[in-house]
Design a protein around this ligand. Structure first.
Ligand code: HEC
Length: 206
């Protein structure tokens, strides 16, 4: 190979790697890495000095442990945590996916929604539902446990694996007793709510 061709090849390889890196990593990072909480103004109709994202929504140790269980058990292989904008898919037409419709809070996910999370569990593909707002859809702990330990008892056609290894078989009856891991995972799932009202400053993009 002549040295001229070699440099052309090197340049082409450089461009092939550099451009996606620039557009997919560097530019989004510069845009979002230093996102600061934005206070609500009076027009937003939110009382007090609340800010978005609300740092108090970052639940305590238990659910952070729960997030680690969620990661370790591979839930993100079948469940996403991002409500897509309508131009990219019909998420907002699916009941309960965008959050509390009855309170007019249902919406698409915003980058700031992840600002209080150490690791955003965006997910790889959707075999099951998006879980961004599952804390609003399943409000009973018992039901959440039942869904994890025996999904087929709720829907015989469920394609969700049973996470029995997170439970101990009870000596009384046929019940399952949740381990600490199962409790932490349920804490985490119940805390999944991405429909906090957004300040007008963000909505209008200023
Ligand atoms: C192999 C794919 C797969 C994996 C892995 C998986 N799920 Fe599921 N999940 C599904 C499917 C399919 C459904 C829908 C059927 C149903 O409701 O049982 C579902 C439903 C759910 C629901 C009910 C959602 C709703 O809106 O009603 C919850 C909660 C849930 N999964 C949590 C989890 C958690 C937590 C994990 C990890 C411990 C997990 N899933 C792992 C496939 C999966």
């Amino acid at each position: 190979m002549s040295s001229n061709k070699f440099w052309k090849l090197l340049g082409a390889l450089g461009a092939v790697f550099a451009l996606p890196w620039l557009f997919l990593i560097v530019i989004p990072f510069l845009k979002m890495s230093n996102a600061e909480p934005v206070p609500y103004s009076e027009e937003d109709g939110v009382e007090g000095i609340a800010a978005y994202p609300d740092k108090t929504l970052q639940r305590h140790g238990a659910s952070d442990y729960g997030r680690q269980i969620y990661a370790a058990e591979g839930c993100a292989y079948c469940h996403t945590q991002v409500v897509r904008p309508t131009y990219a898919g019909p998420d907002m037409w699916r009941p309960g996916w965008g959050g509390r419709e009855e309170d007019g809070l249902a919406r698409e996910t915003q980058p700031g929604d992840y600002a209080t999370e150490k690791v955003a569990m965006l997910g790889y593909q959707r075999i099951g539902q998006d879980l961004s707002n599952v804390g609003h859809r399943i409000t009973s702990r018992d039901l959440m446990h039942q869904h994890l330990v025996e999904p087929k008892s709720l829907d015989p056609n469920s394609g969700m694996p049973a996470y029995k290894h997170l439970y101990k078989k009870s000596s009384i009856g046929s019940g399952y007793v949740p381990t600490g891991k199962a409790e932490a995972l349920v804490d985490y799932l119940m805390s999944l709510k991405k429909d906090q009202k957004i300040p007008g400053a963000i909505v209008s993009g200023s």
